[in-house]
Structures are given as C-alpha cells and as structure tokens.
Design a protein around this ligand. Structure first.
Ligand code: ATP
Length: 365
C-alpha cells in the first residue's frame, strides 16, 4: 500500500469527558516527513488529540487517519505505523536499556532477524550505546527521555508522536533532543508538543496552536507571525538624546514611536525599540535618516522578529475573547472562528462527511 501525501489527517475530531469538550472539532493535515509542533496552554487538548491519533483514546466523533487508514478501523495496523512517547515517558525503572528495547522490539513485532540491528540503530541515533547496559531507574532524566525516543523510533515507524519530549531537561539535553528530532525530518512525520516555544520554532515546519480544544492558529512560524502580529519593531543602538531620536523619527512618520530605551552604555550608546502599529517597512528610511543625522550616531539597526511567545499569547487571547463572546451572546457560528487559521480551507470534497468508526468502537483502554 502506498503512503498518501498526508500521513496524518484529522477531520472534525471531538473528545468529550463528561461535560468537558477536551477536543472540540479540530481538523488538520500533516504532510509526509514534516515536523509539526502542538502548542497550547495547559488543558488545551494537546495530549488528548495525541492519544486519539495513537489509538490510546477513542474520539467521541470525527475521524483521525494515519497513512490513510482510520485509527479506530485498524488499531493494530496503526500501532505498527506509529512510535509514541507519552507525556511523562513512563518506563520500567528496573530494566536495563537494551533489555527494555529488546522487549519493546518484540512487542512491536519487529521480525527476530531484524531486532538486533533495529535496537543498535535506535541506540546509536539516541546516543545511548554507552548507556545500553545501565538500569533505567538509575539514569538521569535526559537519558531516560532518550530511551523513550529510542523506543518511539525503534520500529522505524512512519509517524512519531511525542508528548513534551523535553520537559524538565537542561538546555544541553534540550539541544540534543532537538537535534535528534530534527534528524528525523523527511524520514518520519513527527508531532511534538512542548511549552518551550523557541524549541518548537527551531524544530518545526508547521505549528498548530490549540486552545480550549480548538485550533486557533496554524501555519509556519512566519505565517503565524503574519496572522497574529500587527506591528513592526526595529531595534537601534543609538548615541544621542531621546528627544533628538524622537524628533528624527517624527520626520519619517508620526506613527514611529519609541517603545522602550535602555540606559546608555560606557560608550554612550542606548538600545531603543521603535514600534510601528502596522506591518510597514520603514527600515530603509530609518537607516537613511539616522545615518545622516547631525547629532545622532547609529551603531546598529535591525528589524526585530516578534518572539513566538507573542504569537502564542495573541492566538490564545483571541480565543478567550471568543469564549467570552460565546458566554455573552450564545454560540458563535463556525464561520468567524475559522479565519484565524492561516492555511487555506479544505475544498468541500475534502470535508465531505465520512463514516466515523472512532465513535462506534469501544475504548481500547
Ligand atoms: P497539558 O499541557 O497540561 O499537558 P493538554 O493540552 O495536553 O494539557 P489535555 O491533557 O489533552 O490537555 O486535557 C484537555 C482537557 O481534558 C483538560 O480539561 C483535562 O482536564 C481533560 N481531560 C483529559 N483527560 C481526561 C480524562 N481521562 N478524564 C477527564 N478529563 C480529562
């Protein structure tokens, strides 16, 4: 069977726990070989979505497909296609690393003749060869996370799903895990969730922001900035008074404002942040004006990219506004909620109702 272009397809997925809509009608697609980051505040529905994708939870309604196959229609097939590292990475603490991977290789039905090679490759990819005979319970957190990832990639699956793989790691370990995940690009489709935003930005091709069980933003980091950031910021290292700088900016455009300015350093330079409440490019004008100014000396000028944190806050704040609107005015029709997504809407044929076997199957748990 050939793998379709999208290894992960999710359509109108819902998961209800009692009165809570943990996942509330989310739809997205992931292309083969892409790395996708799931972002969202605590309780947004990231883990629940991941658990449905892996077949550990069943959806209340909607459909999740892995490699074109609905998860609930053939959980056995799906489990062979997916490597899953759950939140908190539960591991048997009394086993040795290689012993554990041997056990997992058997569980994953890797043919006996290929097991040794698969284990060695996973150990090598995760830089675990030197720890292969150590007892898992005696390993540091970083090593344990790598054992979890070695398990996820062991059977060379098409899809890897990792729930907060870098939680609690020091910056060195985060970089190691980030590089390891990046090395899977093109070979495997990867979904990771994390609260470490720079890590998600550096690793992922696409980011999906979830809040209250809904997708509130989706796209590349650049597309998300374009959607959620409504201002442009320049950073300039300048020698001169604030008044002179303000006057110089006013000659360019009245909307150029000094957002903040640092103290002067030993050479008399201060770093000023200049903000324009629009997506305008004043870089060249700023450069020309400041460089010929009789009293100001400019040491550097650069356009500052908004941190992903600002995107995250804007995306989730907007969603809270929607929730408030919902409470005040009743349910919001689906239309106005959708423009937050930066990707084109699927065509009607893509959204055509499909059978929903997930809702009918018993929970495998
Ligand atoms: P975090 O970043 O804290 O891991 P999350 O985005 O992964 O959060 P989920 O764990 O998916 O969020 O939880 C979404 C919502 O569903 C939360 O309100 C949570 O309390 C609820 N929930 C999750 N699992 C269950 C369950 N088994 N029973 C009842 N409620 C649940």
């Amino acid at each position: 069977m050939t793998t379709p272009k999208h290894t992960i397809e999710v359509e109108q997925l819902h998961k209800r726990f009692g009165k809570i809509d943990a996942v509330n009608g989310i739809s997205f697609k992931v292309e083969k070989g892409q790395i996708v980051g799931f972002l969202g505040p605590n309780g947004a529905g990231k883990s629940t979505t991941m658990r449905i994708l892996t077949g550990y939870n069943r959806a209340t309604s909607g459909i999740a497909k892995i490699c074109g196959v609905p998860v609930a229609a053939d959980p056995h097939y799906i489990k062979r296609r997916i490597g899953y590292m759950p939140e908190n990475n539960p591991l048997p603490l009394d086993l040795r690393v290689r012993e554990y991977l041997k056990y997992r290789a058997k569980m994953k039905e890797i043919p006996f003749s290929k097991r040794r090679r698969a284990i060695n490759q996973a150990l090598e990819s995760c830089d675990l060869l030197r720890a292969q005979d150590r007892i898992i319970g005696k390993l540091s957190k970083g090593f344990r996370q790598r054992v979890g990832i070695a398990d996820a990639i062991l059977a060379n699956p098409e899809v890897i799903i990792m729930d907060e793989p870098t939680i609690g790691l020091d910056p060195h370990q985060v970089i190691l895990i980030r590089d390891l995940i990046a090395s899977l690009r093109g070979r495997m489709t990867v979904i990771i969730s994390s609260h470490i935003l720079p890590e998600i930005e550096m690793t992922c091709d696409q980011i999906i922001i979830i809040n209250h069980g809904k997708i509130v933003g989706q796209g590349s980091p650049a597309e998300l900035r374009d959607t959620f950031i409504d201002h442009t910021t320049y950073e300039v290292e300048i020698h001169g008074t604030n008044k002179e700088l303000e006057a110089a900016l006013a000659t360019i455009a009245p909307e150029l404002l000094i957002e903040r300015i640092s103290d002067h350093d030993a050479d008399g330079f201060a770093t000023a942040e200049i903000r324009i409440k629009d997506k305008c490019d004043y870089g060249e004008k700023l450069f020309k004006t400041l460089s010929v100014h009789p009293h100001l000396r400019t040491r550097s000028l650069r356009r500052k990219m908004a941190p992903l944190e600002d995107v995250f806050l804007a995306a989730t704040r907007r969603s809270w506004e929607e929730v408030d609107q919902h409470l005040l005015e009743g349910p919001v029709p689906p239309g106005p909620q959708q423009p937050l997504q930066t990707k084109p809407e699927p065509t009607p044929s893509e959204t055509a109702p499909t059978p929903q076997p997930e809702a009918q199957k018993p929970d495998p748990k």
